[in-house]
Design a protein. Sequence first.
Length: 511
Amino acid sequence: MARHTIEVMPAGERIEAEENSVLSDVLREHGIPLRLDCGGHGLCGKCLVWCNDGTRRSRQLRACQLAVTGDLTVWLPTKTGNAPIFTELYGAPPETETRLGCSVDLGTTNVALEIYDLSSRRLIGSAQFENPQRAVGDDVLSRIAAIGKNPQQLGPLAFCVREKIRAALDKLSDAGFSTGQIVRYTVAGNPAMQQIFLDISPAPLGVTPFTPAFHSARETAIGELGLPGKPDGTVTALPQISGFVGGDAVAGLDQLQKRSKTFPAVLVDLGTNAELALITRDRTVTTSAAAGPAIEGATLQCGVSSRPGAICHVTAGDGRLNLKTIGGGTPCGICGSGYIDLAAELLRAGIVGEDGAFVLDSRHPLAGQLRTDAEGNVEFLLTAALPQCPPVTLTQADIRKLQLAKAAIAAGIEILLEQCGYRPEDIQTWGLAGGIGEAVDIQNAMRVGLLPQVPPDRIIPLGNSSLAGAAALLKGETTIDDLNAIQSRAEPLNLAECAEFSEAFISKLQF
């Protein structure tokens, strides 16, 4: 079979490829993953590269759809490569003999971890980074499908996230401790993320009856997974309720029940795979809604994770928008809570209509920030370009993705309550969880239709309850028996089997 040479720019690296091999696959095999948010189906456009085969001018093409039939020069997008790791340290480094533990929230879009002194339960440091598995798919189903199609994908997907955790711990350890002091990990995530992490194929989660590989908490030796720490130490993955409701939901239920004893209560875990649960004194019913990563700011044109420089809050006043960034620095993009605020303010201003479309004839002062790009698409300019940062904009496509995400979650809440015989006003406590759960403005979340109209004082921000629940197990504040009891009590509800869900979803698309 013929082989061709690909020159990868700007690095100038030369790699070989077989005739008719897919360019994105070739690049990934050589350690150069591209964003394939759509799973390589040619839909998302995140893998666009500039190509020149030496016979015609450069063209921008989708790498996941490009068969290599000759020598190529490829220019990669500037964001390709290792995503940054954001770390924070707290207080003095631990003593060299101190036993350490690491709690991990394995999110579909972002991964967060914390290091603790197991004796004093003191938080030593934390880290956050984009899940590197996004290179083969932006959502859970894409990754399940990728491994189902090619089981050999399991190893690289498990390895890449564990190596990113290693890199984060190495970065934290520069402050004065050794990763060899780690004797325990506790890990929470949805079933696909947990199983991939443990080298267990998630392929059965993609076909009926969507059965997870385990239900009770699963323990593995640190050495078996090649993680930093004592090889005979333990890695504990939290219990899994059903095929799409996993350890993150169990952790969230644990945290909500610690914070409130007022029932009935609802847990809303805002994330790519949004877990929902209704808790009464007699039962717990759980489900999940495939919201997609837009709710966390991902896949949106200027979307970023909740990291320094991200616009996290937007308020309107005196005909202008006031922006708040994480850390107070120059805006580098906008995260999930910022998008919810921005959408709500533009709705109030009449610049975005109830159908989600920009109102081009609006006379509001903010309408002056509407502009048309080079391709004729209308967008809202939030911040102009700065020397180190591109302009931050909201596009019509961004709004549509936000509508799909919030409709999935809102419809999931509606069906969960209806199936259990409750109305929103019956719920005494709403636990709002997830990476953006603590940052979301409640009134704005209700204005865009993400949450039902309920008294705000009934809503408890839980923050990243997945990480908090994993940390509680690590520190002995919760036991494995406690978490297994939550799992065994939970009843799964499959929204796909509810005929009313599609109608509810469509009705929730409007703002």
